[in-house]
Design a protein around this ligand. Structure first.
Ligand SMILES: [Zn+2]
Length: 128
């Protein structure tokens, strides 16, 4: 059996729960997708956090696969009228894109903190 405390300490768990990547206690998000400026528990400045387009890319790839695959299977198996496709897939698109977006953004920020990932910089020789 996996220890619950150990699971909560994993960066993946902290990110998926929307918690601070350093302490795991403070909240990461102010709104649905907007970040707080700092952790309310340990004071970690979230200025480093920049998930960029990463969450959207993963959501597009995963959600697009689910919806397109389901639409193709439905079309091949039942050949429903187009309004049925619209009634089925438009709400599903909203569900498979909006629901995981916050989870993935939290996950990417936690992994960014864990791996100390930052924007690349050029260094002159001799600088350390
Ligand atoms: Zn914290």
């Amino acid at each position: 059996m996996i220890d619950r405390k150990l699971m909560d300490d994993l960066p993946i768990s902290r990110g998926l729960r929307g918690r601070c990547p350093r302490c795991g206690e403070g909240r990461l998000f102010r709104g649905y997708l907007s970040l707080r400026s700092a952790c309310e528990h340990c004071g970690l400045d979230y200025g480093f956090a920049d998930a960029g387009d990463g969450p959207a890319v993963f959501v597009i790839l995963i959600g697009g696969f689910i919806v397109v695959f389901a639409a193709l299977i439905t079309e091949v198996a039942y050949q429903p009228p187009y309004w049925v496709h619209a009634a089925l897939w438009l709400p599903l698109i909203l569900i498979v894109t909006l629901a995981p977006l916050r989870l993935i953004k939290g996950l990417l920020i936690a992994l960014q903190y864990h791996h100390r990932a930052a924007e690349g910089r050029l260094e002159r020789r001799g600088d350390s």
